[in-house]
Design a protein around this ligand. Structure first.
Ligand code: ADP
Length: 280
């Protein structure tokens, strides 16, 4: 009885430590809304309070960073539009083409930042509809005709209904296929796009035989502005915003994106779209 009593008392005393451990796990997984319970007095309660304050400070800092990026992006839209108009009045030539390309890149970046924020903060409503993914995927694949090393639609069923926002679905597919093409050499096997059902999801799989992603970079590739290896990034254009937008779009669909990659061998991206309207 004494041993059982001592065991129970120890467990009771050490409970705040368990709460703190759970708190650390939540925060390390990016859940900054988690607060550690502060129910007693003493040093462990002080530690829990300090932990909660630290999490709140992190949240504030992240929010400020996001706000700054959004405000800057928003403010850049009008001068960029003026720049585009002014560019039309310039005489044709290499300088005009190069400027046009730069303005185009800036416009894509700003659109990606604002679109990600709109979806993440719930300001954008998805235009979810029952959509046949077969013609949609084939349409996107056809848009890459002539790209090296080529994009081929693998085996596909006759129809594959899913509950998606067709426009955003196209955006994700274009981004992922463009990456597969971008990070593959022209002599490598073509990028293969296949479509299959894995209830309750419809999966679009994009497989390439390109450069692959080093294992140590895998945890960060969805972070905004994260790019693998400086040497590779210098030769291939990009800003590290594409995968961040794709992940946000997939999560807004209550779906997910999974990436499997081995360095030097290739990358497989699986996009899980919901098959049916939620709750049915
Ligand atoms: P970027 O504009 O740099 O392509 P993304 O957000 O689309 O940005 O991708 C982030 C990083 O992930 C890229 O810089 C690239 O190094 C890596 N990556 C993404 N897709 C692939 C792929 N199919 N093969 C190899 N590396 C990839």
């Amino acid at each position: 009885l004494i041993l059982a009593g001592a065991y129970m008392t120890m467990r009771w005393i050490l409970r705040p430590l368990k709460w703190l451990t759970q708190g650390v796990e939540h925060v390390s997984q990016g859940n900054l809304d988690h607060m550690v319970p502060v129910k007693r007095k003493g040093e462990l309660a002080d530690l829990a309070r300090a932990f909660n304050n630290m999490t709140k400070q992190f949240q504030k800092m992240l929010h400020a960073r996001e706000r700054l990026m959004l405000d800057v992006s928003h403010e850049l839209r009008s001068p960029l539009t003026r720049l585009k108009v002014a560019l039309e009045f310039l005489p044709e030539g290499a300088a005009k083409e190069s400027l046009k390309e730069d303005v185009g890149i800036m416009e894509t970046m700003i659109t990606e930042i604002l679109e990600t924020a709109r979806l993440r903060n719930g300001y954008a409503t998805l235009n979810l509809k029952a959509t046949d993914l077969v013609p949609l995927v084939q349409g996107v694949v056809a848009g890459f005709a002539g790209a090296s090393p080529g994009v081929a639609a693998g085996e596909m069923p006759a129809t594959m209904p899913a509950f998606v926002d067709a426009e955003l679905c196209r955006t994700v597919l274009k981004n992922i296929i463009a990456n597969a093409v971008k990070y593959s050499g022209s002599s490598e096997a073509p990028v293969a796009v296949s479509l299959f059902r894995q209830a309750p999801h419809v999966v679009v799989e994009i497989r390439d035989h390109g450069a692959g992603i080093p294992e140590e970079d895998m945890p960060y590739i969805f972070e905004p502005f994260y790019r693998v290896e400086k040497s590779r990034s210098q030769t291939i254009k990009g800003y590290g915003l594409g995968l961040n937008l794709c992940k946000t779009i997939m999560e807004a669909h209550s779906g997910r994106i999974e990436i499997d990659s081995s360095l030097g061998e290739g990358t497989t991206v699986a996009l899980f779209f919901p098959e049916q309207q939620e709750g049915r």
